[in-house]
Write a protein that binds this ligand. Structure first.
Ligand code: SAH
Length: 358
């Protein structure tokens, strides 16, 4: 059932906007930084907990904003301690966010849209098309929700924008969210620890390269020639690999950040030795890194990951061709942690998931 229109999340406001709001409400401007410290640094769940804020201001905040506008409707914890949240937004739509643990690293994978318009043939997120883009607050809220699940000694160290949606199709709302994550008065996560993954929209890659913050860029290539790429990533029909590589080269020149190329291995489709050779010749002269991702099975889709020897052979050919390569480790396999799977189950079951509590 769709909820009634609700108050905006306070996280929609940038530092400057919150300072302006304070001013308009006859509050000292330093209150803005104080409020932000509670939200981004101290894991509060309610305005009421902001002890050094005058009670009258806390009441005004309560009347005008939500601290959290979403509701956690599913929370799964995998045997490797990967955690996944399914969040219900104010309009009844759902998005997913994932926490991955690796030694002292705590990485959050965030969504930027409800669904996706790109239609990649192996991906669960695009199966139901695009519903809408997320607001800045809805993007930030995913991280804040995860932050509040961590133990007092744990800190979020890395962000990957690799969840549901195409981040560069929602740059307008994503960039202010990343600024807040990066700011000292926000979460203070360094730009080198923030990675944006894109299907490869050249104009938007250029726009991002001009933004002035050197985030890591990952480009989802998935094929070494346009015929195959257009079969796997239909949006490629109007773009083409050369334009994407050129934009990514510009990104590297402007930011100094080495670009990662993601390549989902689909058995019998794009995993043959000739594909690896073609890929090596596209990338060998570039300062690039290839991340091979054995396909995560999606029930509705008939693609599968290759057998281990094929993956090894593909890796070897790339290495021999002078390309840096890693194979992504699977995380959270026992909780449907692959992008978009939980939301899909939710849509299918039509609101029948029983919330798990922790
Ligand atoms: N739209 C962006 C970000 C979201 S997808 C993009 O295309 O990059 C993030 C990464 O997960 C992409 O590399 C995508 O290709 C990959 N991915 C999606 N579905 C997958 C699946 N079933 N198995 C393995 N990787 C998948």
């Amino acid at each position: 059932m769709t909820q009634k229109p609700t108050l905006p999340p306070i996280t929609n406001l940038s530092r400057a906007e919150l300072a302006q709001w304070c001013e308009e409400n006859d509050q000292a401007s330093f209150r803005s930084d104080q409020i932000r410290k509670w939200i981004y640094g101290k894991r509060v769940h309610q305005f009421e907990e902001m002890h050094d804020i005058p009670a009258s201001l806390r009441e005004t905040l309560e009347k005008e904003f939500h601290l959290f506008a979403s509701e956690i409707v599913d929370h799964r914890i995998a045997s490797d301690r990967t955690e996944k949240l399914l969040l219900k937004l104010h309009d009844g739509e759902h998005v997913e966010t994932v926490l991955m643990r690796e030694t002292s690293r705590r990485t959050v994978c965030i969504s930027t849209q409800v669904g996706c318009a790109m239609g990649c043939v192996f991906c669960a997120s695009g199966l139901l098309g695009l519903k809408r883009s997320l607001s800045t607050g809805e993007i930030l809220e995913q991280i804040l929700r995860i932050d509040r699940l961590l133990s007092p000694t744990e800190r979020i160290t890395n962000i990957v924008v690799m969840g549901i949606g195409e981040p560069l199709a929602n740059l307008k709302n994503l960039l202010p969210a990343l600024e807040t994550l990066n700011e000292k008065g926000g979460m203070g996560i360094g730009v080198r620890r923030i990675t944006i993954s894109t299907v490869g929209l050249p104009d938007k890659i250029i726009e991002l390269s001009n933004f002035g913050k050197a985030f890591n860029l990952a480009v989802s290539l998935h094929a070494p020639n346009d015929t195959l790429r257009t079969e796997i990533v239909p949006i490629n029909k109007n773009i083409g690999i050369q334009k994407i590589l050129k934009a990514a080269d510009t990104y590297f020149e402007k930011t100094g950040r080495r670009v990662t190329y993601e390549y989902v291995l689909l058995a019998g489709k794009n995993d043959q030795p000739e594909h690896a050779k073609q890929l090596a010749s596209l990338l060998r002269k570039r300062n690039a890194h290839v991340n091979l991702i054995p396909m995560n099975d999606v029930e509705e889709l008939s693609f599968h990951k290759p057998l281990e020897p094929q993956t090894q052979e593909f890796t070897k050919i790339l290495e021999q061709g002078g390309v840096n390569v890693t194979v992504r480790k699977r995380k959270g396999a026992d909780i449907d942690a692959a992008c978009g799977q939980l939301r899909l189950i939710q849509e299918k079951e039509n609101d029948s998931i029983v919330p798990l509590t922790t």
